[in-house]
Write a protein that binds this ligand. Structure first.
Ligand code: PAF
Length: 270
């Protein structure tokens, strides 16, 4: 697996592969890789000739009070995992490559970025959109793959790519869950054994609410299960993330709740 460490080397690698007629997929990550990320790489390799994941801990999507400093960093293990799924190369830019001195440009968002995560983590989507736009333009892959666990992020990126005419197809890949249904997340590493026993209630409570077609008691049930704070648990239009209306074709239940240091999010179709 080739390690690519600069934007120029990434462009060179992509151009070389394009010349020999290869198609390219790209998998954005912040490291601390788990099966969910590896599934994105496998899906990429099933759709294109080569797949390039990147690892870049994007400071711009963390607010000052969030967990940037303690975000798990597991580079050696990440590289082994990517090799094990035959990733073609990994892009490992440093922060000067992405945010050189004097960097001031931001992708400004509206619409689907505003509710839910947009209300509770107002810094996040602008930071995500800025780094993803930049990475997509550096690589110009055929497709880029994102996990459906971050459902709203996936909609934000689809909207941005459409609005800015970035010529890359954005592919959502179903959430990978552990044997108890907990959606895999790098932040699950923050959970103690006791908190894990509570965390696995999240998908069960969402499943029940989705089956009943209402979120009415779900927040209360999460608090009773032991979650400390519920930011939201709500059924929304799956594309606009607004409350469903007559135009809604697909509905989704989405939740975010705190357990110790971890803020867990999950979602599923209704
Ligand atoms: O989902 C993530 O891990 C991040 O938000 C992403 C898409 C890699 C951008 O930093």
């Amino acid at each position: 697996m080739k390690q690519i460490e600069s934007p120029a080397a990434l462009r060179g690698f992509v151009q070389e592969n394009r010349k020999s007629g290869k198609t390219i997929s790209f998998v954005p990550t912040m490291g601390a890789l788990h099966e969910g990320h590896l599934e994105l790489v496998r899906e990429g390799l099933s759709r294109t000739d080569i797949c390039i994941p990147y690892i870049f801990l994007n400071s711009k999507q963390f607010a000052a009070n969030e967990d940037l400093a303690s975000y798990p960093k597991t580079l050696e293990g990440d590289l082994q995992k990517l090799k094990s799924v035959s990733a073609s190369a990994v892009y490992l830019p440093n922060s000067q490559d992405i945010y050189p001195d004097g960097f001031v440009t931001k992708v400004s968002l509206g619409g689907v970025a505003l509710p839910l995560e947009g209300e509770f983590r107002p810094v996040m989507f602008e930071g995500v959109a800025t780094v993803v736009a930049k990475m997509l333009l550096q690589c110009l892959p055929d497709i880029a793959l994102f996990g459906e666990k971050d459902w709203q992020q996936l909609q934000v990126i689809k909207q941005m790519v459409r609005d800015l005419d970035i010529p890359v197809d954005i592919i959502g890949v179903p959430t990978v869950r552990d044997e108890n249904g907990l959606a895999l997340s790098s932040r699950n590493a923050y959970l103690t054994k006791e908190q894990y026993a509570i965390a696995i209630q999240l998908n069960k409570i969402l499943k029940e609410a989705a089956a009943s077609g209402t979120e009415k008691d779900a927040a209360q049930k999460l608090l009773q299960a032991g979650f400390e704070k519920v930011d939201y648990v709500t059924i929304r239009d799956a594309v606009t993330l607004q409350p469903p209306d007559a135009k809604t074709k697909e509905r989704r239940i989405l939740a975010a709740a705190y357990l110790g240091r971890a803020r867990l999010i999950d979602n599923m179709p209704v």
